[in-house]
Design a protein around this ligand. Structure first.
Ligand SMILES: [Zn+2]
Ligand SMILES: [Zn+2]
Length: 362
């Protein structure tokens, strides 16, 4: 059987390559992909901004169906039986359990996380990306069966944005009654609103796109701050102080990818509050900011960065969706689907950075 997978072949260039679909080795699985989303990181990769993934397959947010199980694969990582035909989601990176990060239990930071994905798809077993007819789940990747009540449409993004937001907010002291400011109402920001609301927090969302702010409100944001009305950091800080009885936010979550949002996070947080930096990923020239570190000291802030998530958070993401699928409009996060033959259109849609993710249905 032949399968196809999209691979990066240069800046803003991809090719759909065809290979024989391999049989899984012991401990591995081969999936047929059912649905995949175009995430912001896919667009960065497509633009050649991810040095480790320049000759790699594209796509990491997806849901698939088991085509074949390698020897010894009888259960998923939650201990649920798995059989051919079951729908599954997989963590998109590897946890080798043999490196310094894995040794200290920091599985999301495994130094071999991109070991499989970073391979050129010409190398067997070829199917390292979600934008393909098939996907090969390596024995070092966590995977979970998908509960029947979850549609492909709302589950395809679980292994990226939702798992990461559950993980990021667990790293904070956010509790019922806390006030959180979410900077940026893209996919991550909207998932964060859902997670924070379920935990009983009061949520303030900052963005400059009316469509995103409207969606944030549908997800339960208590207040939105429109950057086209509150155009400066000073104005936005003043608004947050007004909403918090002059204190500032308990937790500020940055999911914008804009460097200038970081000093604003610091300004929005209350004394003794927390800042979580997730959206800013690019390092180097053009991404520097001016900041007096004394502000962090004087406010007694806890500042932390969060990259990826512990792999079992994908299971929590599934549980979260089962619990809250009626409460939050998750289906609004992805829009009308493209076919795999129209991948170029799906990518162009992703580049437009409109509120909902483009998706590909196989
Ligand atoms: Zn993603
Ligand atoms: Zn490791």
């Amino acid at each position: 059987m032949q399968g196809r997978v999209a691979a990066i072949v240069g800046p803003r260039q991809f090719e759909v390559k065809e290979y024989e679909v391999p049989m899984p080795e012991a401990g591995a699985l081969v999936l047929t992909v059912r649905r995949a989303n175009v995430c912001g990181s896919d667009i960065h990769q497509y633009h050649y901004d991810s040095p480790a993934l320049r000759e790699a397959a594209l796509g990491h947010e997806f849901v698939g169906e088991v085509l074949a199980l390698g020897d010894g694969v009888t259960h998923d990582n939650a201990g649920q039986p798995v059989a051919v035909g079951d729908r599954v989601v997989a963590v998109y990176y590897v946890t080798c359990r043999r490196c310094a990060a894995c040794l200290r239990g920091d599985f999301g930071m495994c130094v071999n996380s991109l070991r499989e994905w970073s391979k050129n798809p010409d190398v067997a077993p070829h199917f390292f990306g979600g934008f393909g007819t098939h996907y090969y789940v390596n024995q070092d990747q966590y995977f979970f069966t998908v509960p029947d009540v979850l549609d492909d449409q709302i589950v395809a993004g679980a292994n990226c944005g939702l798992a990461q937001m559950l993980f990021a907010l667990d790293r904070t002291r956010l509790a019922a009654g806390s006030i959180i400011v979410v900077q940026g109402a893209g996919g991550l920001g909207l998932y964060a609103v859902a997670v924070a609301k379920e935990r009983g927090a009061e949520v303030v969302v900052i963005d400059g796109v009316p469509e995103r702010l409207a969606l944030a409100e549908r997800f339960g944001a208590d207040h939105v701050i429109d950057m086209t009305e509150h155009t400066t950091t000073e104005e936005r800080v003043a608004r947050v102080l007004e909403l918090t009885g002059g204190r500032g936010a308990d937790v500020v979550l940055e999911v914008t990818g804009v460097s200038a949002a970081f000093p604003e996070s610091i300004a929005l947080a209350r004394t003794g509050g927390e800042v979580v930096s997730v959206g800013n990923l690019t390092v180097g020239e053009g991404f520097e900011i001016a900041l007096s570190p004394g502000v962090i000291t004087r406010k007694n802030l806890r500042v932390q960065g969060v990259l990826r998530y512990d792999p079992w958070y994908l299971h929590r993401a599934l549980e979260f969706l089962v619990r809250t699928r009626e409460r939050f409009p998750f289906e609004a996060l992805t829009k009308q689907a493209h076919s795999f033959d129209d991948l170029a259109d799906a990518i162009r849609d992703g580049e437009s950075r409109s509120v909902a993710r483009a998706s590909i249905v196989f």
